[in-house]
Design a protein around this ligand. Structure first.
Ligand SMILES: [Cu+2]
Length: 292
């Protein structure tokens, strides 16, 4: 229904919510279309019938005494339909038409708040923490508890390994400008803002491979800011973690290098990796005085 298949339990909630919205939208649209079509057809039919009656002469018309005056008041009878019975002060009906949309909105709002709370919920003790750092123009995934850092560059995008069925917390950091962490199959994304640590938690429901992207335009090579996601079974992930942690780790960027306990040689990186060099050198901004 217009969404990728959800890869996480949180994403499944988003899908369910979307289905509720879509179903209600289809029902409401259906009712409106039926009513509009009925009104148009009925009014055309009545107009045609009335024109025929006028042509045949007023004597054959079976109209009530008052309605001829009404028609006259509206600019004459030629081609003009009868004005149907005018109804007002049907309090119960009016209350119903008032209550129905309010009830719809309240129900949708309630369901949305529920899913929203679920997506923003942060557990006390997630099974795995991954610090995701976005920089111009790639990603770094740091697993502080495992002593693993995976850094990408535009020539060689990184692979984000995730265990299936475990609560994974992404701590989202940005080095330079605003980026956005987005794996479409997770059905949620979150901005990464310099100076702010945003967090999301997901539980991947099945093994799979997906592509993640930066979802916030962040400069010239924004389009190259993607990564692979590999979700593997828990025991496979544990094996991968042991093997990978033994290998030399790249320097941890940003805030991660301050908090990292595993990488004592870390030095702050102030620039993107050297392979990213096609960005133009922009002149420094100067303030322009405006006269008048
Ligand atoms: Cu970006």
């Amino acid at each position: 229904m217009g969404l990728p298949d959800a890869a996480t339990t949180e994403g499944e909630e988003v899908t369910s919510l979307w289905q509720v919205y879509l179903t209600l939208a289809i029902i409401v649209a259906g009712i409106i279309w039926v009513l509009v079509t009925f009104t148009v057809i009925a009014s055309l039919r009545r107009r045609r019938q009335h024109a025929a009656e006028v042509a045949a002469g007023p004597a054959t018309s079976a109209e009530t005494p008052g309605s001829a005056d009404l028609d006259a008041g509206n600019g004459g009878e030629r081609g003009r339909a009868h004005i149907p019975e005018q109804v007002q002060y049907r309090t119960k009906l009016e209350l119903f038409f008032l209550a129905l949309p309010i009830a719809l909105v309240v129900v949708l709002l309630g369901l949305t708040f529920r899913v929203d709370a679920l997506l923003t919920e942060i557990s006390e003790q997630p099974d795995l923490v991954i610090e995701v750092t976005g920089f111009q123009w790639q990603w770094q995934f740091h697993y502080p508890e495992l002593g693993i850092t995976i850094a990408g560059d535009p020539e060689d995008p990184p692979i984000l390994y995730l265990p299936v069925g475990r609560t994974i917390r992404f701590e989202l950091l940005a080095e330079d400008v605003i980026h956005s962490f987005w794996v479409p199959e997770f059905l949620e994304k979150r901005d990464m803002i310099p100076g702010v640590t945003n967090q999301i938690e997901v539980t991947v429901s099945e093994p799979g491979s997906w592509v993640g992207r930066c979802a916030e335009y962040c400069g010239l090579n924004h389009w190259r800011m993607w990564f692979d996601v590999e979700a593997i079974a828990g025991d496979q992930f544990d094996t991968w973690a042991i093997v990978t942690a033994r290998q030399p780790q790249p320097v941890v960027q940003g805030r991660a290098q301050v908090t990292s306990t595993t990488s004592s040689t870390a030095v702050p990186i102030t620039n993107p990796p050297p392979s990213v060099s096609i960005a133009p050198t922009l002149p420094t901004t100067t303030t322009t005085e405006v006269d008048g």
